[in-house]
Design a protein around this ligand. Structure first.
Ligand SMILES: [Zn+2]
Length: 276
């Protein structure tokens, strides 16, 4: 059983996070090519900003649930009403790279430039400094952690514990690959490495995971994507999962920023940033 000191009356926590990747991973992957030769994948990815994101927000609103949306700044730049609309609906917006750069493909200097540029765009569009960061592809370097700390951001990309923890100077709100939608539902062509899983099976797995995590006093972070989770069957999974979670009064449903702020106030011992 986790000994994490949740707020009075609460025994576990849930964070619903939505990564608004849209077409940025595809644009990043093909950035050296002069012509877009992936119209089919591009169309799949357009679904999020065209409709999926709105449908996801409708499900969240029905369950009075505030979520955290991690948005590449390039997406925000091209859809300038997106961040203000999410904030006015009661959600949190967090950083997710500028162009969804992946860690192996950018230098330390390029990461810093993308982070600073993204923060400026978020501040210009929302009038507020973002509080959280999520690494594209959930991989990080020591340089990235140091830069996240320099801007006082929490991170939500690592999975070293089943509840919030401190890594170096960073507050970590841990994710889980088992509670992520692309590994279950993404199918952009028959060359994809895994077959999609049936939505009913995923719902059963996520409810099983939630109940185990809640019984253990942990934090259940769900990660969805705008272009994957806004389809009818996937919306039904989220709807049913939120119905189950909201039946537990002792579960705290919180944004990443609320969890990070709470964690910092606990002053618990942390862990050193790993190095070779
Ligand atoms: Zn992403």
């Amino acid at each position: 059983m986790s000994a994490y000191p949740w707020p009075v009356g609460k025994r576990a926590a849930v964070m619903i996070s939505i990564d608004v990747d849209a077409d940025t991973p595809l644009l990043w992957r093909t950035r050296a090519e002069p012509e877009m030769r992936f119209i089919a994948e591009l169309e799949q990815r357009q679904h999020g900003l065209r409709h999926g994101l709105k449908a996801l927000q409708d499900v969240l609103a029905r369950h009075q649930t505030a979520a955290t949306f991690f948005v590449p700044a390039l997406v925000a730049e091209r859809a300038p009403t997106l961040l203000p609309a999410l904030i006015s609906a009661g959600h949190e917006v967090g950083l997710h790279g500028y162009a969804h750069e992946t860690v192996r493909e950018v230098s330390d200097a390029e990461f810093t430039a993308a982070l600073e540029r993204s923060i400026r765009i978020f501040e210009a569009q929302t009038g507020k400094t973002p509080r959280g960061f999520r690494a594209p592809g959930w991989e990080m370097t020591a340089h990235m952690l140091a830069e996240i700390a320099r801007f006082g951001l929490y991170d939500s990309s690592l999975a070293g514990l089943d509840w919030p923890y401190t890594l170096g100077k960073i507050t970590e709100i841990p994710i889980s690959w088992a509670r992520e939608d692309t590994a279950r539902f993404k199918l952009t062509g028959l060359a994809d490495r895994w077959p999609p899983t049936g939505p009913d099976q995923v719902l059963a797995e996520w409810i099983f995971d939630y109940e185990a995590t809640a019984a253990d006093g942990g934090l259940f972070v769900l990660t969805l994507h705008d272009w994957i989770a806004g389809r009818p069957a996937q919306l039904r999974v989220l709807d049913a999962l939120l119905s189950r979670i909201r039946a537990d009064e002792a579960t705290w449903i919180a944004t990443g920023a609320a969890l990070a702020e709470y964690h910092r106030a606990q002053s618990l011992p942390g862990f050193a940033v790993p190095h070779r």
